[in-house]
Design a protein around this ligand. Structure first.
Ligand code: ADP
Length: 216
């Protein structure tokens, strides 16, 4: 299924007086898209939610858009063909764009296997607002974890077009951050992302987080 172009021509964009900038000022942090990508089982959801927990405790405004959850609702009409995957990511990209307008740090956890689709989302927002985070874990590690039993089913031929087995995963070549979710502990991964956001100046200094200074 593919959406081609705009069908509603009689619409006019309404400009809000409460702007993104005012929202960010009030929140005390920037709103960005943290786009987690990686194989199934690499740790995108786990890392996104652990990071959200840490940020939430610091009074940051956050929201996680999670693969399976979105496929239950907004994208329930889509399957896993290349076209449907492309449309899935397009919708999520547009949604993430609205979320950052609302001043929220938006974490997305989708395999998003195709470079071109990730690039399209990147192109939707100003350059600084899209942070691609590659959750790097080898196929062997992901298959060994097999959190949802999907690899076993894919190997048995029960799932068609399964990323890493019968459908490609295109590794990012320009990710802002590569996190070794296949080797590090979850806490180390969360620290790495937070350090990165602190260095960029997206977050104010966080209570109880002094690792950035220790390694500086
Ligand atoms: P994905 O969202 O990429 O499909 P999940 O987050 O559902 O992956 O599953 C990843 C699994 O890997 C979880 O069982 C998690 O506990 C485990 N795991 C081990 N180390 C890490 C890590 N450093 N970061 C994230 N997940 C990890």
């Amino acid at each position: 299924m593919k959406t081609t172009g705009q069908k509603s021509s009689n619409t006019v964009w309404h400009h809000a007086t409460v702007t993104r900038q005012r929202r960010e000022q009030k929140n005390g942090h920037k709103s960005v898209i943290l786009w987690f990508t990686g194989l199934s089982g690499a740790g995108k959801s786990t890392l996104a939610h652990a990071l959200e927990e840490r940020l939430h405790q610091q009074n940051c405004k956050t929201f996680v858009l999670d693969g399976d959850n979105v496929r239950h609702g907004l994208c329930s009409d889509l399957g896993f063909s290349d076209d449907d995957r492309q449309e899935n990511i397009r919708r999520i990209g547009e949604m993430a764009k609205l979320f950052i307008e609302s001043g929220v740090i938006t974490l997305t956890a989708f395999i998003s296997p195709f470079r071109a689709d990730r690039q399209k989302v990147r192109n939707l927002v100003p350059e600084d607002d899209f942070i691609e985070i590659y959750c790097k874990a080898s196929l062997e590690v992901c298959e060994e974890r097999d959190v949802k039993g999907l690899y076993q089913r894919a190997r048995a031929g029960e799932i068609k077009a399964f990323t890493g087995i019968s459908s490609p995963y295109e590794e990012p070549d320009n990710a802002e951050l590569v996190v070794n979710t296949g080797g590090l502990t979850l806490d180390e991964c969360v620290d790495q992302v937070i350090d990165f956001l602190l260095q960029r100046g997206d977050l104010p200094k966080l209570r109880g987080h002094d690792r950035a200074q220790k390694i500086a």
